[in-house]
Design a binder for this molecule. Structure first.
Ligand code: SAM
Length: 277
């Protein structure tokens, strides 16, 4: 029998087999399943061959504060509550944080059973630096909010990771291009599923790929850290070379000066040299 408390359980993000035996056992034994969508979670139970003779309670973002206390009351009455999301790790762009916080404040037993998480799986496959990364959640859907967020994060010296949806991917890449000019990106899609793929390269290359191949499914966008600002001429040369293939000389020079704080004359001269090579 499980001790009373909260069990945060990761479920698969596409491949049913990506759930640990411990997670399955706790789902079998828990008295209450707190979940985003009871239909999705009951389907998962059926696929895993787990009994449905327990209480499934909907737990959502906008009702989180009130719901959290209801669940805590149930735990205090002696029940075990398993928190799951529709897919992946709860709390990661999914509800749960306020519940965990309240449990900790009230000294209630909380544990996590780790497993699939799209951020980590995408980063592992991206080929981008993994020593420091920043997960920034979903990209806002309003143009201004998106551009503001990109500008806010562009100098952050880590790999940046975002969740994105298929219909918005191309627009996001278009707006990211001038702000993250010269940086490598990777787009991971349908991780752990049949059509899993990771496309990486310059923003323009990745965008061109998805213009040819309509974005479908679930996406993670990753952006490489900024290149060392220490006037590494070899790096600037490479970046400029790439940008000259993608945009006009004037725009390329403007972007690179703005991004790396270099003098216009210097970059202009280098751009002319590269054009004439
Ligand atoms: N908590 C989940 C996790 O651990 O990854 C994420 C939940 S969030 C509501 C859903 C978003 O995660 C999707 O819109 C997509 O950006 C990303 N995602 C989830 N599963 C994915 C997959 N199999 N491949 C790529 N991205 C995925």
């Amino acid at each position: 029998m499980l001790r009373n408390g909260l069990y945060i359980i990761a479920t698969p993000i596409g491949n049913l087999q990506d759930i640990s035996p411990r997670a399955v056992e706790i789902l079998r034994q828990a008295d209450i399943i707190a979940c985003e969508d009871t239909r999705v979670s009951k389907k998962l139970f059926s696929l895993l061959g787990l009994p449905l003779d327990k209480k499934f309670i909907r737990y959502e973002d906008h009702t989180e504060a009130k719901q959290a206390q209801n669940l805590i009351d149930l735990i205090n009455e002696g029940t075990s509550v398993a928190l799951i999301s529709d897919a992946g790790s709860p709390l990661i762009s999914d509800p749960g944080y306020k519940l965990v916080r309240k449990c900790r404040e009230q000294s209630i037993y909380v544990t996590a059973i780790p497993g699939a998480c799209a951020v980590i799986t995408a980063l592992q496959l991206s080929g981008l630096p993994t020593n420091r990364f920043m997960f920034a959640g979903f990209i806002p859907n309003k143009d201004k909010a998106r551009i503001d967020l990109f500008n806010e994060l562009k100098s952050t010296d880590t790999t940046l990771i975002f969740y994105e949806t298929a219909p918005r991917l191309l627009k996001t890449l278009e707006q990211a291009a001038p702000i993250f000019a010269g940086r490598e990106i990777a787009v991971a899609r349908e991780l752990t599923k049949m059509y899993e793929e990771v496309i990486s390269g310059a923003i323009a290359e990745v965008k061109a790929y998805f213009e040819q191949n309509e974005p479908r499914g679930e996406f993670v966008l990753m952006i490489a850290p900024p290149i060392d600002n220490s006037n590494n001429t070899a790096d600037i040369r490479l970046i400029l070379q790439k940008r000259l293939q993608e945009t006009s000389l004037k725009s390329a020079v403007k972007e690179i000066c703005a991004q790396y704080g270099l003098s216009k004359n210097e970059v202009y001269a280098l751009a002319l040299e590269l054009k004439n090579e």
